[in-house]
Design a protein around this ligand. Sequence first.
Ligand SMILES: [Zn+2]
Length: 110
Amino acid sequence: MAKLDGQTPEQARWQAENEARRARQHRSLVDGLEIWSFCPRKGCRRRKSCRHDRPALCLNAFFATMPEELKQYLQLVITARTGGASPAEAGRVARERMIAVDGRAPFDDV
Ligand SMILES: [Zn+2]
């Protein structure tokens, strides 16, 4: 990304490195979970991998197909994980909160 007005060279370098790191994380997620199969770009599906410089587009295509209650569940899991919860604990907290609000949680029917 281009240097923004008012940024020092150090800030611009940090921003570029941070964006590159996030792109690597997104690409790893897209490839590891085969999210490329949801991508509208033929190149991602053909290569069975995201090689685009903006892998967040693959993720956005995936999230667009996801049911709302699953999005809510994932958001609660991520919030709990960000707060320091273990994966199992985050899943339990998310499930309990969804049941408290909606009376049910995703996967109850599974
Ligand atoms: Zn893609």
